[in-house]
Design a protein around this ligand. Structure first.
Ligand code: DGL
Length: 262
């Protein structure tokens, strides 16, 4: 049905950067977001657990009769996308492929850095996606596990965050990368800090590219008036509400829901 919502999920606030891009590109669509705030972070979890959580989150969105699901989490996309595509009757879109495409387009030297959670880096999903698009590219990866807790804490423009970024990115910058993929949907929230630390390196995040991919693949477009946005979380906190309002720049209602753990 054209007015069925598009479902989007992430482990926490990170996927809101994708929700925002979807809201801007497809204002008529009804959007329903789930942030698994009770179980964030995913990036330190095992392959098995990431798959289990991703299946449960998609089932939860299915209850709302979604016409498509966007996995707005690199960690889930890297580990569970293929399984989700097989398990559910609607299209499921991940963030890794669109991010890799943007990076290959943006890079002139072919020396591409990727930062992400431990689980995303361990999966090698970005390296595989980039190399399959252009085998001449060289990929340098670095897991940045402290970024997600700093961002969930709301320390977006903070000197501690900047120090942590300097430490993580130092090694990648030595490799003379010209492009850096923000391979975690949380990271665009500290883009200012990252671009200060990275100097002239191009920063690529997949939010815009994912929104364009959704537009291209959407089975039935909603027309007419402005669509609605619903935000669901597995643990409603004042901190999530504060960051969500800041990102979305509009009043949003946040509801706590129970995940079906089957
Ligand atoms: N925002 C997520 C990602 O893109 C997950 C971060 C986490 O929960 O560790 O990978």
């Amino acid at each position: 049905m054209p007015d069925s919502p598009i479902g989007i999920f992430d482990s926490g606030v990170g996927g809101l950067t994708v929700l925002k891009a979807l809201r801007e590109l497809l204002p008529a669509e009804n959007l329903i977001y789930f942030g698994d705030t009770a179980r964030v972070p995913y990036g330190t979890k095992s392959h098995r657990t990431i798959i289990r959580y991703s299946l449960q989150n998609t089932k939860l969105l299915q209850r709302f009769r979604v016409k498509m699901v966007v996995v707005a989490c690199n960690t889930s996309s890297a580990h569970a996308l293929e399984i989700l595509k097989e398990e559910f009757p609607f299209p499921v879109i991940g963030v890794v492929e669109p991010g890799a495409k943007e990076a290959v387009k943006a890079s002139r030297s072919g020396r591409i850095g990727v930062i992400g959670t431990e689980a995303t880096v361990r999966s090698e999903a970005y390296r595989k996606a980039i190399i399959s698009l252009d085998p001449f590219c060289q990929v340098f990866q670095k897991a940045c596990p402290l970024f997600v807790p700093l961002i969930e804490e709301g320390w977006l423009e903070d000197e501690i965050t900047e120090k942590v970024a300097e430490r993580y990115l130092g090694e990648l910058l030595k490799e003379e990368i010209d492009t850096l993929v923000l391979g975690c949907t949380h990271y665009p929230l500290i883009k200012e800090v990252l671009s200060r630390v990275c100097g002239g390196v191009k920063l690529v995040d997949s939010a815009g590219a994912v929104a364009r991919e959704v537009e291209r693949l959407l089975p039935a477009k909603n027309s007419g008036k402005r669509g609605s946005v619903r935000i669901l979380v597995s643990d409603k906190t004042e901190r999530f509400e504060r960051i969500a309002k800041m990102i979305m720049e509009e009043e949003v209602e946040i509801e706590e829901v129970e995940i079906d753990k089957e």
